[in-house]
Design a protein around this ligand. Structure first.
Ligand SMILES: Cc1cc2nc3c(=O)[nH]c(=O)nc-3n(C[C@H](O)[C@H](O)[C@H](O)COP(=O)(O)O)c2cc1C
Length: 393
């Protein structure tokens, strides 16, 4: 991997150079005015460190236990839909890099590689993220396959009753490019022709992949083009959790929790873990940064489930701050997806290497010997963050 890549921002720049604008903006962009997208990153800047100097901590221990898995880094790879459009290696390449790095991978329902192949690619834990886009029967089929091939947890995303309004996708013609009509694609083709390396790899990979893990009974894998419409018919409600707990006997993780109330509902619904997340600022614009919501969720969960966080993590110091505020570990989305888009498995490996070195250095500079010993006393947060939220009426 290019040595000039020294932080995640450099990987982002490489992704921007390799991808057609439509694919880069799909990866990079957020919903509406992208306020929450920006806030996710900015919130980390509001938290400052309180280091303990003149202590010799030696080699720092980055290990963490998540749902029974020992990980060597407190960061797992979040589900990122359409990964195979970013690079032919797609989900399998990302899962492989996660395993090599000693961490876990979460496979999105919106995936172009068969879930069995993704599981086989990784030596680490792999979880399955569910959208109900093909209906309950298709979901039961996927869950059955996931269980038999060794996926160890089910992640249910609750913040996507409809797709968010990603304005960049509309302007760039994402829908048209995924559609079957050559005529509709025409005005948007120049941006693709400007990226011949990506185009050659995409065509050699067979063009638009199908959704290999959404198999509609009697019809086969769903076409990629149907996703936005299908999402609008795929809302998950708390009532669905009873059925889900039967369809999936293993641990369930609820992703997309931003309030203490929803955290409690997730625990009551049997969640083994919750992910404090606003979908990387891609759904409801104007919700708070996920880091900002973390203390409220940690308090509401009160140790009855594991708490993970995602949104805005671009440096290892962000990971450390989230753990100081009560997260057991984090998920990273764009930080590894930029790497995947830039250079496939090697790019994801580089992203993880950068973050690992960051976390290790941050712990040393803080005077803290291990991730397990991080706590609130290592950070200062703005007073407003600690005020109790108004009750829901
Ligand atoms: C391109 C892209 C596609 C995503 N697809 C999914 C998905 O299919 N399912 C899901 O639950 N979350 C999805 N997410 C949200 C991520 O899982 C995660 O919550 C988010 O990326 C975290 O923010 P970050 O990118 O700032 O790290 C996606 C995010 C991105 C950037």
């Amino acid at each position: 991997m290019v040595p000039r890549v020294i932080n995640i921002g450099d990987l982002r720049e490489q992704a921007r150079r390799r991808l057609p604008k439509v694919v880069f903006d799909y990866l990079d962009g957020g919903a509406e005015g992208e306020v929450t997208l920006r806030e996710n990153c900015r919130a980390f800047e509001e938290v400052t460190f309180r280091p303990r100097h003149a202590v010799a901590v030696g080699a720092c221990n980055l290990g963490v236990r998540i749902l029974g898995h020992e990980l060597s880094l407190p960061a797992m790879l979040a589900p990122v839909g359409y990964s195979r459009l970013m690079h032919p290696g797609g989900e399998a390449a990302a899962a492989r890099a996660a395993g090599v790095a000693g961490t876990g991978y979460i496979l999105s329902t919106i995936s172009g590689h068969r879930l069995e192949d993704v599981k086989a690619a990784s030596t680490g834990p792999v979880w399955y993220q569910l959208y109900l886009i093909g209906g309950r029967e298709a979901a039961e089929g996927a869950l059955d396959r996931a269980r038999r091939s060794g996926f160890s947890a089910l992640v249910v995303t609750i913040d996507t009753p409809v797709g968010g309004m990603r304005e960049r996708d509309h302007r760039n013609g994402m829908k048209e490019l995924l559609s079957g009509s050559a005529f509709a694609k025409l005005p948007f083709l120049p941006q693709i022709l400007l990226r011949p390396e990506w185009l050659a790899a995409f065509l050699l990979d067979g063009g638009l992949p199908k959704l290999e893990n959404v198999v509609i009974p009697g019809q086969g894998p769903m076409e990629l083009i149907d996703v936005t419409a299908a999402l609008a018919r795929a809302v998950v409600t708390w009532e669905d959790f009873q059925w889900l707990r039967q369809a999936w006997p293993g641990p369930v993780v609820v992703k997309g929790v931003l309030t203490g109330e929803d955290a409690r509902r997730a625990v009551d619904a049997g969640a083994a873990a919750v992910v404090v997340s606003n979908h990387g600022g891609r759904q409801l614009d104007g919700v708070s940064a996920s880091l900002r919501a973390l203390p409220e969720v940690v308090a509401a969960v009160n140790g009855q489930a594991e708490v993970l966080l995602d949104g805005g993590i671009r440096r290892g110091s962000d990971i450390v701050k989230a753990i100081c505020l009560g997260a057991r570990a984090v998920l990273i989305g764009r930080a590894y997806a930029y790497g995947l888009a830039a250079a496939g498995q090697a790019g994801v490996a580089r992203a993880l290497e950068i973050l690992r070195a960051d976390v290790e250095r941050t712990l040393s500079l803080l005077g803290c010997p291990s991730v397990a010993e991080l706590n609130r006393s290592y950070v200062d947060v703005p007073d407003a963050w600690l005020r109790p939220a108004p009750a829901r009426i």
